[in-house]
Write a protein that binds this ligand. Structure first.
Ligand code: ISE
Length: 324
């Protein structure tokens, strides 16, 4: 049986998820697309049903599972509607615009007793990050003590606000650091350049590991994500973000991608296939609603406390048994 998936949103990520469902995923097909711009939805749907109202797509009997790729502020309402309809959902990060909305999704799933929400933290499927996690689990590099993250974008879009460097970009490092280390973040401290870009966020985990993250939204030269995990015996870090190196004019070089879609193309494809397979098997793989909530809560606590420049003590409610 092929899973009928509806995609809400046709921006950069919605278009990419629709393409993956059309061309690169087995066991699923693109059944419907929603966008306020009907012509854009029709172009992405490529013959599938077209909606201009996300709630109508979720309710439609043509749709068995949903991908949410609409603007960040709309994620929570659609995720909650999917849980209420009993439909599995792959929701782009962040799960919600506020921690309270994220917690409401956790509570809805807890009341249902079932995990229907997967948050699209696709870096968990990136081959470089999965190798780094395997290195940590193998114990070869010894006890982890530090994780250095670099997250540079060539240029922030015009609509990007200062807080979004945390709520929309740093959330990736919050999630991937928790996942790589298998730890929870307990404190955070932010140092920003004049104007707020770049910023350096230092977090400490419940095991005492130090996580440093540079977020630089206007780094000009390209899209550059790098991570180095340091243990007591050795370290493991990402190699160049390309599969090939060019030797030319007395120099060896590689290119930086313009943005995250080409850099994480394998991760997005593997994430979609894994999600479809997990839905078919009735299991949950990837970042849960709880992971999405914790990440958004940390981001919110950082935004609220960063102006003061002091250490922020991070707090959360107890993890519900559903997410043990
Ligand atoms: C963007 O929304 C993403 O999700 C990208 O993966 C991230 O690298 C970028 O900084 C965000 O703005």
């Amino acid at each position: 049986m092929s899973l009928a998936v509806g995609v809400i949103g046709t921006g950069v990520m919605g278009a990419e998820h629709a393409r993956l469902l059309r061309d690169a995923t087995s066991g699923a097909h693109l059944a419907a697309v929603c966008d306020a711009d009907e012509a854009r939805a029709a172009a992405a749907a490529a013959g599938g049903a077209v909606f201009t109202d996300g709630m109508a797509l979720i309710a439609s009997d043509k749709v068995q599972a949903v991908v949410i790729a609409s603007p960040d502020a709309t994620h929570a309402q659609y995720a909650l509607a999917c849980v209420a309809a009993g439909k599995p959902v792959l929701c782009e990060k962040p799960i919600a615009a506020t921690a309270a909305e994220g917690l409401a999704i956790v509570q809805a799933e807890t009341a249902l007793g079932s995990r229907l929400v997967t948050v699209g933290f696709m870096r968990r499927f990136d081959p470089a990050y999965t190798e780094m996690q395997a290195a940590r689990i193998s114990g070869n590099i010894g006890t982890p003590v530090l994780l250095h993250n670099i997250h540079r974008n060539a240029a922030a879009p015009a609509w990007f606000t200062g807080a979004m460097a945390v709520t929309n970009s740093l959330v990736h490092e919050i999630d991937i650091s928790r996942w790589l280390l298998g730890s929870e973040m307990v404190t955070a401290q932010v140092t920003s350049a004049p104007g707020g870009d770049p910023m350096l966020v230092t977090m400490q985990t419940d095991k005492g590991e130090i996580v440093s993250t540079e977020v630089f939204m206007n780094a000009t030269y390209g899209y550059h994500v790098h991570a180095q995990l340091v243990g007591r015996l050795g370290s493991v870090e990402m190699a160049a973000p390309t599969r090939t190196l060019t030797n030319l004019a007395a120099a060896q070089s590689f290119g930086f991608p313009p943005n995250w879609v080409p850099r994480f193309t394998d991760a997005y494809r593997l994430q979609m296939q894994t999600w479809v397979d997990a839905v078919a098997m009735g299991i949950h793989v990837g970042a849960s609603a709880w992971d999405g909530y914790v990440t958004t809560s940390i981001a919110e606590q950082i935004v609220d406390g960063m102006a003061a420049g002091n250490r922020i003590d991070l707090t959360f409610p107890a993890r519900p048994a559903l997410y043990a």
